[in-house]
Write a protein that binds this ligand. Structure first.
Ligand code: FUB
Length: 340
């Protein structure tokens, strides 16, 4: 995620008709899950920290997480209070960004990206016996983790995978050679447009859900000819905000295109891919960032996302939900967020 110098602060589209789910705090990056028959939402908690806007998203200076739940779509949204605070993460420096959650073996896991004390994004994990928290952070980040936006998917065979990564402010490009290179500040830059795009990462989770079990691999997204999407293909290539869901035996990998403000998806036959680009899930919302999750609840599919309707400011967002519809072949219908 980035901001300054990359175009207008807000997309110039029509306002949305969908109401924000939370109005007393700013919330973003909603990861939704069904636990115990309810929907739980794990969002970022946006704040005005008065940090000047920069090209690495320094003004997204979040310090804690709240967990929300609802019994029904359209029903009352319950705020369960602070679930994890930056000060309680021993290794953390600043900027608690988009989290996700998972459940296994009687324990709930909260996965979160935060910059360590050297200002390098790592991914941490915290645990609780309740989906609402509070969560207790592990003393160190997940070994081998880096960048942002963890999304943990558990397959029907019980195996869990973490998808993660984000370019520009999310620092994924700095790991391009396998080692952290601070000089790569946005993407790989001019002259790389015809090369395969940087892409999300995926790793199998260990049985205790606290570490990676095996190598971190690229999430390969191919075009309709089986060729990897290129770095210059800004309307289709991965930027940040990965999500995975399974529908009718197929794996749907979805993500944000960042500076082109789209939510897109690609389809594959296995959690590791490869995936074939299929289309746009949602056109640009009000605001710069796009970030979503997709979940099935009581026989319908929903997309949770955010825009900047309440504040009109890029870094003070509000989460929303609407139904996700598909064609008979499973193809996801494109949503225009300005229309009902
Ligand atoms: O909320 C901070 C960052 O903004 C997230 O990590 C990105 O996905 C973008 O939504």
């Amino acid at each position: 995620m980035t901001i300054a110098g990359s175009g207008p602060a807000l997309c110039q589209n029509a306002p949305s008709k969908i109401k924000p789910l939370v109005t007393d705090l700013f919330t973003a990056d909603p990861s939704a899950h069904v636990f115990n028959g309810k929907i739980y939402i794990y969002p970022s908690h946006d704040i005005e920290a008065n940090v000047p806007q920069d090209d690495e998203g320094g003004h997204f200076n979040m310090r804690d997480y709240h967990v929300y739940s609802l019994d029904e779509i359209g029903g009352k949204v319950t705020d369960h209070g602070v679930a994890l605070d930056l000060k309680d993460i021993p290794w953390a420096g600043r900027q608690l960004w988009a989290p996700d959650a998972a459940f296994k073996n009687g324990t709930y896991y909260l996965y979160f990206p935060v910059k360590d004390k050297q200002d390098v994004f790592r991914i941490g994990v915290a645990t609780s016996k309740s989906p609402a928290g509070p969560f207790k952070a592990e003393p160190e980040p997940i070994p081998g983790s880096y960048s942002i936006d963890p999304a943990v998917f558990t397959d029907t065979d019980g195996t869990s995978y973490m998808y993660f990564g984000g370019i520009w402010g999310g620092q994924l490009q700095r790991w391009h050679t396998g080692k952290y290179d601070k000089s790569l500040s946005t993407d790989l830059g001019k002259g790389h447009e015809k090369e395969p795009a940087l892409t999300a990462k995926v790793a199998k989770m260990s049985k205790d859900m606290l570490t990676f079990d095996g190598p971190v691999k690229d999430v390969q997204i191919n075009d309709e000819h089986g060729k990897p999407l290129l770095a210059g293909d800004a309307d289709r290539r991965f930027f940040e905000g990965a999500w995975m869901h399974k529908y009718n035996g197929k794996y749907y990998f979805s993500y944000s295109t960042g500076d082109t403000h789209l939510l897109c998806y690609a389809e594959g036959d296995a959690p590791y891919g490869p995936f074939t680009y299929k289309g746009v899930i949602m056109k640009p919302v009000e605001g710069w960032t796009t970030h979503h999750s997709i979940v099935e609840f009581k026989g319908k599919w929903y997309i949770f996302y955010h825009d900047a309707e309440i504040s009109g400011k890029t870094h003070l967002r509000n989460v929303k939900v609407r139904e996700l519809k598909r064609g008979a072949d499973g193809a996801i219908q494109t949503i225009d967020p300005a229309k009902l």
